[in-house]
Design a protein around this ligand. Structure first.
Ligand code: XIL
Length: 464
């Protein structure tokens, strides 16, 4: 029987339920505090990135799990530089950069492109080109690289074009083309990918000084001429105790020119061995750099030039110095990690191991049986995700000009070096934990390396 008492009881229960739900919200909120760099940076709506080396990214579990857990942006430390990507004229090697792009896609990270035009790590064939051929080669490089790495949304278009004497760097670019190559590089980059943010990048410009002022004047003039520059990267290869006190003000003056600003290659080195005093000072310095960025609304974020002292360019280039990063060589967080996290608004806690970066939604096993000029390829597609796959399209790029002549258990098509395989009627469904296999005959010349990346229905798969 429905009485007034029942109604009152129900009303009271409703209030109890509401209070319970409210209590739940109150009790769950504190445990959501950001305890990783990427969670904290996401709340500030900025990027926290790291440069990555392709060797440990492919094979070292502690390296991979830390990159996946802590960072929301990756920069290839070397794999997208000219000498790696285009070692001989118009012949491209995408594999290292593809590995970075695929790791990022599998882990919800962005990729910052580094770098299209630089005097260093440029192959000798470029350096030796006659002036008349240099500009076309530069345009071709910019176009091909940006169009291949089309998911990279920001690029260092030119790197280190001003010398420490605050004049145009006397590089082979400048000697053959004068300063005009800078504007030409930006124009070519805008044409290649109109939605990418285009940056200029250098070191020793972190504070207000003659070199950064040269940049300020040059960019102001280039923008007045309509040259498409969107941002400036401050490398910030710094020394403990040496963070410029006017870093925020310096970033702000470039922001006021209408530019996005970023810290692109942060590391803060010390004389080794490290000790507690130096590590504490380093922690303060990292926080100061984070605060300089947070103090400028157009600062898009901070990328650290690596993260573990196990892999850092510093000891190789600055003898006697090192320990410049936020994790030690055993992947233990240093005081600088904690100060960076705290400056980003996070709360140190046990972040746990984080997601296993080896487990994306799919895993591809690619095997070949080779003979002179020909081969049979076998491709296994495993559904490592939680959702069923009901139809699929698998895409890869052959790194060495191989061609598919005939396929089975799939409909094959090839355009240039890109192969697309679609399921046939009987193998479109792959339940979670299940796999299916497809295969083909192909031809090769020279060598028959495996593709470095596979995309299933637009999502990068891990390789196994
Ligand atoms: C460095 C890499 O870290 C090294 O592995 C490589 O041997 C040389 O280049 N400024 C830049 C980066 O723009 O590309 C440089 O990276 C560091 C200085």
């Amino acid at each position: 029987m429905y009485t007034k008492d029942t109604a009152r009881l129900l009303a009271r229960l409703g209030i109890v339920a509401l209070l319970a739900a409210f209590g739940l919200i109150l009790t769950t909120t504190p445990s959501q505090a950001a305890s990783t760099l990427r969670a904290a940076a996401a709340e500030k709506n900025i990027v926290i990135g790291t440069a990555v080396a392709t060797g440990p990214l492919a094979s070292e579990t502690a390296y991979r799990t830390t990159v996946a857990r802590e960072f929301n942006s990756l920069t290839a430390e070397n794999a997208m530089k000219w000498d790696t990507v285009e070692p001989s004229p118009n012949s491209f090697n995408w594999s290292g950069g593809d590995a970075v792009v695929n790791f990022a896609a599998a882990n919800g990270q962005r990729v910052y492109g580094h770098t299209l035009v630089w005097h260093s790590q440029a192959p000798s064939w470029v350096q030796n080109l006659p002036a008349a051929e240099l500009l076309p080669a530069m345009r071709n490089h910019i176009t091909k690289v940006m169009q291949h790495y089309s998911t990279v949304d920001s690029w260092d278009v030119v790197n280190e074009v001003i010398g420490d004497n605050a004049a145009y760097r006397d590089s082979f670019w400048y000697q053959k083309l004068g300063s005009s190559y800078i504007a030409e590089a930006f124009r070519a980059a805008r044409a290649a990918n109109p939605s990418a943010k285009l940056y200029i990048n250098d070191y020793n410009i972190d504070g207000v000084n003659a070199k950064s002022t040269m940049y300020y004047n040059m960019i102001r003039d280039l923008k007045a001429q309509g040259v498409p520059i969107d941002g400036i990267g401050f490398q910030a290869h710094l020394i403990v105790g040496g963070v410029p006190g006017d870093m925020r003000a310096n970033l702000q003056r470039f922001a006021d020119l209408g530019l996005d600003v970023r810290i692109t290659e942060l590391d803060i080195r010390m004389q080794t061995p490290s000790d507690a005093t130096k590590l504490a000072r380093q922690a303060t310095d990292y926080a100061a750099v984070v605060n300089a960025c947070l103090g400028v609304s157009r600062c898009r974020g901070i990328t650290i030039w690596g993260f573990t002292d196990k892999y850092s360019w510093v000891p190789d280039v600055f003898p006697g110095q090192g320990a410049a990063l936020i994790y030690d060589a055993n992947y233990q967080a240093k005081p600088a990690y904690t100060s960076t996290l705290t400056a980003l608004g996070g709360t140190p806690g046990d972040p746990g191991p984080g997601p296993d970066p080896g487990t994306g939604p799919c895993r591809i096993t690619y095997r070949t049986n080779d003979w002179q000029g020909g081969f049979t390829g076998s491709v296994t597609i495993a559904n490592t995700g939680t959702a069923a796959i009901s139809s699929w399209s698998l895409v890869w790029t052959f790194p060495s000009g191989q061609t598919v002549s005939q396929g089975w258990n799939g409909t094959y098509s090839q355009s240039g070096t890109t192969v697309t395989v679609r399921n046939v009627s009987y193998n479109g469904s792959i339940a979670p934990g299940q796999s299916t296999q497809t295969g083909f005959n192909g031809t090769w010349t020279g060598s028959n390396p495996a593709p470095s990346a596979f995309t299933l229905n637009g999502t990068a798969c891990t390789l196994g």
